[in-house]
Design a protein around this ligand. Structure first.
Ligand code: GLN
Length: 460
């Protein structure tokens, strides 16, 4: 069977091809002469599949799409606190090349506008590194993100440097404000080189997918940025990535994004995918007109808006019962409830399980607010066979439930073939037995006499 996804992406490109609004960036002459018919889209999943359609192997300069990656490097090389002393995280609501610094602190408002990006570039590599060392570090990381060697487009670099008075002005302003250690000309020309790295939409989609994948390149598996830096970068992309159109973007498309004046846009949807589009004509904010239209359409058709609460995957609790001995449920002692926790479990799923345990094992007496379905049960099985993952808080909540069941005098067995729950923090005398499958769990609580009798969906 032929995958419908490339056909769908081709349809989306066809639907926007008729849009002829906007114009290529005119302040960099190489960009002003761009072929405006070029149009491409690529989508990369967090497990490394790439769909690329249209002019997907046409290269263009990365421009401002380089900024989030330079920010991630600056954080890695200096620590977040030091970077925050030099560059803020507030959306400016201004154009990307606005000549302004935060009143009082003299920091640029954020790393996505040029002032912040120049200060950020100067923080890449070790303090005092040469311009060459900074750009080498940057190009090396961008190549690892793309999964192929990338290089600087010298014609774009020369053209932008030649007409770079505005960015030079920003460099001197930053130096005067105490936000640059190096020479302003060096910071600005390094920043312009950073913007002149050539990429295609495939490269960009993989870069975005690396952010969506918590910093791990989906195809090579290489951990490139720590998850904590990625969270910072995606947050700033969300509030500042589309400059003074950020509010419009986040309400309509709803994906952390970054645009560049050569006509590229990336979007990184956490945990799902990276996407990239390319079309050279820009709107008044410096964002690709057709690129924005493609992203709006993809977000709408594919339900990619990150604030779309209608499709948040919920964890489920499923309860089964096994019985010891003869099978007749007398005072409840013979019943062994099996709680199966399913899905990617975060606080919500852990709380759901806790609610069931408290209700089923609690009584209506004292402080417990339970109905005591299993108040008499001596053993409990917690099955994590279908648990995809447990967040940190879910781990802590589950461990506390296990301790409490133990303190109530119950024998707890955990079925956890892939080891999603870390039991080590539980005190040795309270630590439950962990087994690989249901049969081993039932064998542990009741030998050969323990058998499955029923399954019930818990009442909500
Ligand atoms: N190199 C460009 C500049 O500094 C980048 C701007 C952009 O892509 N928005 O003007």
């Amino acid at each position: 069977m032929k995958s419908p996804i490339p056909d769908y992406l081709a349809d989306v490109l066809d639907a926007v091809r008729g849009i002829e609004d906007g114009a290529p960036a005119d302040y960099i002459d190489v960009l002003a002469r761009a072929d405006v018919s070029r149009l491409a889209v690529a989508l990369a999943t967090v497990d490394g599949e790439v769909y690329a359609v249209g002019d997907h192997d046409v290269e263009f300069s990365i421009q401002s799409i380089s900024k989030p990656f330079a920010y991630a490097l600056a954080i890695e090389d200096n620590g977040l606190d030091r970077v925050l002393e030099r560059v803020g995280v507030e959306p400016s609501g201004n154009a990307f090349n606005e000549l302004s610094l935060e009143a009082g602190s003299h920091r640029p408002m954020n790393p996505m506008i040029n002032a912040g990006a120049i200060a950020t570039h100067a923080l890449v590599a070790t303090p005092g590194a040469s311009r060459e060392a900074r750009i080498t570090r940057f190009v090396d990381v961008m190549s690892r993100l793309a999964g192929r060697p990338l290089s600087v487009d010298e014609a774009v670099f020369d053209a932008e440097l030649r007409d770079g008075n505005r960015n030079m002005g920003l460099g001197y302003m930053l130096k005067a404000g105490g936000m640059l250690d190096c020479d302003p000309g060096e910071a600005v020309s390094g920043y312009i080189r950073q913007c002149s790295v050539n990429v295609n939409v495939r490269d960009l989609a993989l870069m975005a997918a690396t952010l969506a994948n918590a910093g791990q390149q989906p195809q090579t598996g290489e951990p490139i940025f720590p998850a904590s830096s990625v969270r910072q970068v995606l947050s700033v992309m969300t509030s500042c990535g589309m400059y003074d159109a950020a509010g419009d973007w986040i309400t309509t498309v709803g994906i952390p994004a970054k645009s560049g004046v050569a006509g590229g846009i990336i979007g990184a949807l956490p945990g799902q995918l990276g996407l990239a589009v390319f079309s050279p004509r820009l709107d008044g904010h410096g964002n690709s007109v057709r690129g924005v239209a493609v992203c709006e359409r993809l977000s709408r058709d594919m339900g990619l808006h990150m604030m779309d609460v209608s499709q948040i995957g919920r964890s489920l609790v499923h309860v089964l019962e096994a019985t010891l001995g003869g099978g007749a449920r007398q005072d409840g002692e013979d019943v062994v409830p099996i709680y199966e926790l399913r899905g990617a479990v975060r606080f919500g799923g852990a709380e759901l399980l806790t609610r069931h345990l408290a209700r089923d094992f609690g009584t209506s007496e004292g402080q417990d607010d339970g109905i005591g379905t299993y108040a008499g049960a001596r053993a409990v099985i917690l099955s994590l066979r279908h648990t995809h993952s447990l967040s940190d808080v879910a781990q802590r909540v589950l461990r506390e439930n296990i301790r409490r069941l133990h303190d109530d005098g119950r024998d707890v067995v955990v079925i956890d073939p892939s080891g999603v729950l870390d039991l080590a923090p539980i005190e040795a005398d309270k630590r439950p037995v962990a087994v690989d499958d249901d049969e081993a769990a039932r064998h542990h609580v009741g030998g050969t006499h323990c058998r499955l009798v029923s399954s019930r969906e818990p009442a909500d």
